[in-house]
Design a protein around this ligand. Structure first.
Ligand code: NCD
Ligand code: ZN
Length: 334
């Protein structure tokens, strides 16, 4: 008998949809499988005014078309006034903070995080979650672990502020989750599967290059153990980040791994191999619903253990593991 899994309203809590032609190409690839997702604001220029937020929301909804998909929008963190935060709150799930220059399109990010205490205090008071790209400007393999001190300071100084550590990649971040009730985290499927060896241990693989960079085997083991339980404050956020092929297969490769269309088969394969299929529902939906208090459209995704060969391209974007065959596939979405 074919193995199968039913998932209710899967959510992707960290997605890059971009804009214009790229948005039109990639939004349906998330919306065909997911009932909703958190849309990142690092456009050029960033989504950092209410006017731009409303424009981007309508662009995303147009690109999603008839799919039952709820976009959960974010603002790009800057020195907002209280009036701006009050006006934005009904339209967002949180505000995303990028340290300046940490990753793709983050040049307008924050230079001195602790100089923004007044904004964090207002977000705490208004109950607006803070989503964080947690990397310092240190040595690339140490950036996240070093940033854990900033998370610690934020979590203790603002105990009522809900803080999401986005796309965690280290054992240190997993351990931190247990220390503070107001910390939660997303983790990407690719960081549950690859290490730096897959990126640069043999021939360089630009399609696995992202920020934060994949780390050591013991980091991957800690992340995977937390996902398979799953940890009650850990959510699936793919960080699916499309770049045109010429920006990836080039000298000066852009950071970002494109996974949107393969996420659910990839996760089913991984969780089955670890005898944890029963944890998948909480990891891809229930934890996020509880932590953010969201009620996504009701959908049921039927996954079956039948092979899926990953296409070489989706338009001009090369997905993770292009050409490889996964043992699971999506049979239907109702
Ligand atoms: C993301 C992108 O391309 O927008 N890149 C990445 O490597 N993950 C930005 C980000 O989330 O860091
Ligand atoms: Zn991201």
């Amino acid at each position: 008998m074919t193995m199968e899994v039913l998932l209710r309203s899967p959510l992707d809590m960290h997605i890059h949809f971009r804009q214009d032609a790229m948005l039109d190409a990639v939004a349906p690839l998330s919306a065909q499988h997911f009932a909703g997702g958190v849309i990142m604001p690092n456009l050029v220029p960033p989504v950092d005014t209410v006017d731009r937020l409303l424009w981007y929301t309508s662009e995303v909804k147009r690109a999603v078309g008839n799919h039952r998909f709820q976009p959960y929008m974010t603002l790009f963190f800057r020195n907002y006034t209280r009036e701006e935060l009050v006006a934005a709150k009904p339209h967002i799930i949180g505000i995303k903070l990028y340290p300046a220059g940490a990753t793709t399109n983050s040049e307008n990010g924050v230079r001195e995080i602790m100089s923004m205490k007044h904004v964090f205090a207002m977000m705490e008071e208004l109950d607006i979650p803070l989503l964080v790209h947690g990397e310092t400007h240190g040595f690339v393999m140490d950036r996240e672990q070093e940033f854990c001190e900033v998370y610690r300071t934020l979590a203790t100084t603002f105990p009522g502020l809900r803080i999401t550590m986005e796309h965690i990649t280290t054992e240190a971040a997993v351990l931190l989750l247990d220390e503070f009730e107001n910390l939660r985290a997303t983790v990407t499927p690719h960081h549950l599967i690859i290490t730096l060896d897959d990126v640069a241990g043999g021939m360089l693989n630009p399609h696995l290059f992202c920020k934060p960079i994949a780390k050591r085997p013991e980091d991957r083991a800690a992340l995977l153990a937390a996902a398979l339980k799953p940890h009650p404050r850990l959510m699936m956020g793919s960080d699916s980040a499309p770049h045109p092929v010429d920006k990836k297969e080039s000298a000066g490769c852009a950071a970002g791994v494109f996974t949107a269309p393969i996420l659910l088969p990839l996760l089913a394969e991984l969780f089955e191999r670890n005898n944890a299929l029963g944890s998948l529902q909480a990891f891809v939906s229930d934890n996020a619903r509880r932590l953010y208090g969201v009620e996504p459209p009701s959908t049921t995704v039927h996954l079956v253990k039948e092979p899926m060969t990953i296409p070489e391209r989706y338009g001009n974007v090369v997905p993770m593991w292009a050409g490889k065959t996964l043992s699971w596939s999506v049979r239907s979405v109702e």
